[in-house]
Design a protein around this ligand. Structure first.
Ligand code: NAP
Ligand code: FE
Length: 367
């Protein structure tokens, strides 16, 4: 057996964990730069809890609100300028993947002079500010990954910052903050997490510990996919399970990476404005059919872990959760050409050609 596993983020999970573990924030410095999205952090109580915890620790804070979904390089530069001018010691992000990913880039950019090219290609930086995060969607797993995914207009897709230095120092998992997630965002983000577990499980870079984490994440998520597909209301316990499962799925992609589904989904987000999880969900079933041609046993293992009898049933759930793909032949040509160049295609086994990707897009639109 041979593998390398590294995940340095301290995880605390409980109702009121920000209050109960506030000393972990105090240990990061005296000046916190808080980053949130538009309004959800005010509404779900996380921002008030964070501010109370910081103030109890004697930490001064400055709030940068309004990180937009799918943050761009320009946006994170602007936020980093503000963090630098204010003299932040550390960053705290509340929200989904967008504020957490933006905060990772800010942690690098506010700590030194780094060009866009260096940000996206270097693994090591002279200095990076410490980061704490409070995830409020059950999706990206960004709280436990070394990735920040940024919209890059130059390549009309997304680029990655990938550095062990941007793993959050600490992540606070409190499922109460996810209670009021609207159904559409709940479904989109759960499907993103599902896609992380499934892709990570089947990835070229999959390793024994991530297969184990992925299996557990799928086992926890499977029954709740059915609950969501039936449009039943989720309980707080269900929400906590989803948050935990999405964090496990994040630990999977932190080591094993994502594959063709993510590579192909980025164009659907960039050009067609689909939510990240929706984009993945509309491609996942056909990707599994593609993989099953060479690895039927492993695709069966995925279905077994999810507790879903066959691919048709999974497809049915996904259709109800994130809808069907609409795409023109011209878009298929363009998007396959972009996706085939993505790094995560090399992490896909069997390795799809540009024609294979076009076929996955095309057949996904026929479902
Ligand atoms: P998001 O883009 O962070 O947020 C989507 C929407 O959800 C926003 O409108 C946000 O509103 C709302 N929202 C967040 N928490 C809420 C809550 N508790 N209640 C109600 N509304 C809430 O969504 P996401 O899917 O979590 O993140 C997507 C981003 O993560 C993409 O850029 C994707 O590429 C990236 N990603 C990163 C990784 C990684 O490893 N780093 C992995 C996969 C994907 P507000 O603006 O009001 O907060
Ligand atoms: Fe994702």
């Amino acid at each position: 057996m041979k593998f390398h596993y590294y995940m340095p983020t301290r995880l605390v999970a409980s109702r009121e964990c920000l209050k109960d573990h506030q000393a972990l924030l105090g240990a990061l410095g005296k000046k916190a730069f808080i980053m949130t999205g538009g309004t959800s952090a005010y509404k779900n109580g996380s921002l008030q809890d964070l501010i109370a915890a910081l103030e109890a620790q004697g930490v001064a804070w400055h709030h940068f609100a309004g990180v937009k979904p799918n943050p761009s390089l320009q946006e994170v530069r602007q936020a980093a300028g503000e963090a630098k001018n204010w003299g932040a010691d550390f960053i705290v992000a509340i929200g989904g993947g967008s504020p957490m990913d933006a905060a990772k880039a800010v942690a690098v950019l506010a700590a030194g002079e780094v060009t866009d090219q260096e940000l996206l290609s270097q693994r090591k930086f002279a200095r990076v500010l410490p980061l704490a995060v409070v995830p409020t969607t059950s999706g990206t797993g960004s709280e436990v990954t070394p990735y920040s995914i940024l919209t890059n207009d130059e390549i009309q897709s997304k680029s990655f910052l990938n550095s062990e230095q941007v793993y959050p120092a600490v992540a606070f998992l409190d499922g109460r903050y996810t209670l009021d997630l609207p159904p559409a965002i709940t479904c989109a983000t759960v499907v993103d997490a599902l896609s992380h577990a499934v892709e990570g499980f089947l990835a070229v870079r999959s390793i024994p510990p991530t297969r184990c984490l992925a299996r557990e994440a799928m086992t926890l998520m499977g029954p709740l996919l059915a609950t969501l597909a039936k449009r039943e209301v989720l309980t707080l316990e269900n929400r906590e399970t989803l948050l935990y499962a999405s964090t496990l799925a994040g630990m999977v992609i932190a080591q094993s990476g994502t594959t063709a589904v993510h590579a192909m989904g980025y164009s659907l987000t960039y050009f067609k404005g689909l939510d990240h999880g929706v984009a993945n969900g509309r491609l996942l079933a056909q990707y599994l059919r593609f993989v099953a041609k060479e690895r039927p046993g492993e695709v069966k293992e995925v279905l077994r872990a999810l507790g879903i009898p066959n691919l048709e049933d999974l497809e049915e759930y996904l259709g109800r959760l994130v809808g069907r793909l609409e795409i023109t032949p011209e878009e298929i040509r363009q998007f396959s050409g972009i996706a085939v160049k993505a790094g995560n295609i090399q992490n896909t086994h069997p390795r799809p050609s540009e024609e294979d990707l076009a076929e996955i897009y095309r057949t996904s639109s026929l479902l």
